[in-house]
Design a protein around this ligand. Structure first.
Ligand code: PEP
Length: 251
């Protein structure tokens, strides 16, 4: 039985005061035992958000990590530094990093290995562009990202990875994938896990859906058998909306 996992990606939003205030509101949510929850603020606010969250049930995640342990890598942050400020998770290969910053599967794969070695749980994002979906290439794209970003992970490591299916055309657009569209890809991803590893790995890895998840569509998406939670952008910036999505994941 996979425990649903809801993560909020704050992207490059909020300031220090807003971040602390939002984290304090979220730390009051009664998350319970049946769902995991994390928020991923901008890296400069990780430390103060960590303090605001305290020892509560809402955990901390980063929006990225670098793959080296330390040294002359100006502007980068290592897995150990993230763990040091209380991070448990790191989002890797988000579509904005793939398509705006230009990250490749090869780079993402190095980050996945480094995150796991540093004790972080990677949330690895995959997803197709609109033109790729319209050209019938969705699963080719997902397969290539899966194979490239998750290369050379043995079964034990893979079981510590979370996958987020995020169709790029649905991110920040308000244009959500239908539950059927999302479930089709999630179920294919699970088959990919089974073919690449085994039934046990396929049944244990959590696959989140991301792309305009809101309180009014969360229930239908999360009711799908292969959707194990949500990676939430815009709606994670409002405590009430994020709380409603967490509630939907508990049903
Ligand atoms: C995201 O940032 O990963 C995301 C899915 O954003 P939104 O929920 O705003 O579409």
């Amino acid at each position: 039985m996979r425990k649903p996992f809801v993560a909020g990606n704050w992207k490059m939003n909020l300031n220090k005061a807003n971040s602390v205030a939002l984290a304090s509101q979220l730390s009051d949510i009664d998350v319970g035992e049946t769902v995991d929850v994390a928020i991923c603020p901008p890296s400069v606010y990780l430390d103060c958000v960590s303090t605001a969250l305290g020892d509560g049930q809402v955990r901390l995640g980063a929006q990225d990590v670098y793959y080296q342990e330390k040294g002359a890598f100006t502007g980068e942050i290592s897995p150990a530094m993230l763990a040091d400020v209380g991070c448990r998770y790191a989002i890797l290969g988000h579509s904005e990093r793939r398509h705006v910053i230009g990250e490749t599967d090869e780079l993402i794969n190095k980050k996945v290995h480094a995150a796991l070695a540093g004790g972080l749980i990677p949330i690895v994002c995959v997803g197709e562009l609109l033109e790729q979906r319209e050209a019938g290439q969705t699963m080719d794209v997902i397969r290539a990202q899966f194979t490239g970003s998750l290369a050379n992970l043995d079964a034990a490591k893979m079981e510590n990875v979370v996958i987020a299916y995020e169709p790029v055309w649905a991110i920040g657009t308000g244009q959500v994938a239908s539950p059927e569209q999302a479930e089709e890809v999630h179920s294919d991803l699970r088959k990919l896990l089974e073919n690449s590893y085994n039934q046990e790995v396929a049944q244990s890895v959590r696959i989140q859906y991301g792309g305009s998840v809101k309180p009014d569509n969360a229930l239908d998406l999360l009711a799908q058998p292969n959707i194990d939670g949500a990676l939430v952008g815009g709606a994670s910036l409002k405590a009430d909306d994020f709380a409603a999505i967490i509630k939907a994941a508990k049903v």
